[in-house]
Design a protein around this ligand. Structure first.
Ligand code: NAD
Length: 398
């Protein structure tokens, strides 16, 4: 155990340090939002969250816990701190979550390891059977660059590229803080296949089948993976790109799982289309940080800004929580991106998009907010935290 001063170490869209106190404060802030939205608490609500340590998955776990006093099992892949080397932000997020859950005598179980592996699926099933019986909901919120197929050992790699033709567009060079044009070559067939292998529906299907076979899903279970559509300016790199192909596959798989769960358990599976938010995953996608900087400015100005926790409170309270019937679009998807895609918001995005330059980046967009939001993901620049104080980087999850 050693006390140390921690500062951000950032390269582009990666930060290799994290601040435990700042991460804890971020979790507390989200808990406050969920607690304030609490309604009727059901007798029992048990939720498995796959990808539970950051972004949408963490927010979903917090929402379920503080809206419904849910028992949760969280799966994530994070590194604890060691000596003076900090752990990952996600690890500290879960440590803080666990502390708050315990202080309210609620149940939560954590499993840290590769959710794509068969070993993790077996470990989760064993925990559910031993400590929860079954689960009423499964939230699937993984964002990963690679996946090893547990049946063949093949390693799939995700690529963020357009499909069919090269794409040239504006983006922020996060290292130099300049607005530049990038040209991305079209993905090869192998890259498309790799991205579908990581972010498509195959792993969700393996999870659902394994849980079903083990009788770990309750009658009427709800399974929800996440996807994104976004406006046309991001389509070449997102919806029509490699990641979009993977999401289409995830959406097709979810439709098939909906049938399966309906037939077997009177259950359901829906994709939730969430809005663009600052997370480690979204910061890595070209063009998206610039789009988010502009979107946040417009949505904040119009009083409709949402963070992951607000989206996840809406997901449970309006769509999938106990007793809720989801409102679906014509393709059976839950749409939490309604405010992002509202015509007036997107008209403003389109009006300004081509006029953004390095010189006006900070006035036309909320780039400073994006930058702060990115640092906050790692526990830095969080209000009320004294960064001059040495902190303990080692922490345990029991
Ligand atoms: P994130 O980077 O904030 O979180 C990813 C989570 O996945 C973390 O908890 C991490 O520990 C976990 N994870 C990654 N690899 C893992 C592995 N092998 N085993 C176990 N856990 C693993 O990501 P996010 O942005 O919240 O994305 C979650 C989902 O939401 C994705 O499906 C993404 O496409 C979707 N989504 C994101 C946005 C956005 O703007 N960020 C918008 C709409 C939809």
């Amino acid at each position: 155990m050693a006390l140390t001063l921690i500062s951000p170490r950032i390269r582009g869209f990666i930060c290799t340090t994290a601040h435990p106190v700042g991460c804890a404060r971020n979790v507390e802030r989200q808990v406050e939002v969920a607690r304030a939205a609490r309604g009727a608490v059901p007798e029992r609500y048990r939720v498995l969250v796959i990808g539970a340590s950051a972004g949408y998955g963490l927010a979903a776990r917090i929402a379920a816990t503080w809206l419904y006093k849910a028992e949760t099992l969280g799966v994530f892949f994070e590194r604890p701190g060691e000596g003076t080397k900090t752990g990952t932000a996600g690890f500290y997020n879960v440590v803080a979550f666990q502390r708050l859950v315990r202080s309210e005598n609620l149940k939560s179980i954590n499993l840290n390891g590769d959710a794509f592996s068969s070993a993790m699926k077996e470990a989760v099933i064993a925990k559910i059977k031993a400590e929860m019986g079954q689960v009423d909901a499964v939230i699937y919120s993984l964002a990963a660059p690679r996946r090893t197929d547990p049946r063949t050992g093949e390693v799939y790699s995700a690529t963020l590229k357009p499909v069919g033709a090269p794409y040239t567009g504006r983006t922020i060079d996060l290292t130099n803080e300049t607005v530049t044009e990038i040209t991305l070559p079209p993905a090869t067939e192998q890259e498309i296949r790799g991205t579908i292998g990581v972010m498509g529906g195959d792993d969700l299907q393996l999870w659902t089948e394994a849980l079903l076979d083990a009788d770990a899903l309750a009658e009427g279970v709800t399974v929800v993976p996440f996807s994104y559509i976004g406006p046309e300016i991001t389509h070449p790199i997102y919806r029509s790109g490699t990641i979009g192909k993977a999401k289409e596959d995830l959406e097709r798989t979810t439709a098939a799982l909906n049938q399966l769960l309906h037939n077997r358990l009177g259950g359901r599976a829906y994709v939730s289309i969430n809005k663009a938010v600052i997370t480690q995953a979204s910061s890595a996608i070209p063009i998206v940080p610039l789009y988010i900087s502009l979107l946040y400015r417009i949505m904040k100005e119009r009083g409709v800004h949402e963070e992951p926790i607000h989206q996840m409170v809406r997901l449970f309270r309006e769509h999938i929580g106990p007793g809720q019937t989801p409102t679906l679009d014509e393709e059976n998807r839950i749409r939490l991106d309604d405010r992002e895609l509202a015509p007036d918001i997107q008209a403003e995005v389109r009006r300004l998009w081509n006029t953004i330059t390095t010189d006006n980046l900070r006035t036309l967009t909320d780039y400073d907010g994006f930058k702060r939001g990115f640092r906050q993901l790692f526990g830095f620049e969080v209000e009320g935290v004294n960064y001059e104080e040495e902190v303990e980087v080692e922490a345990t999850l029991d």
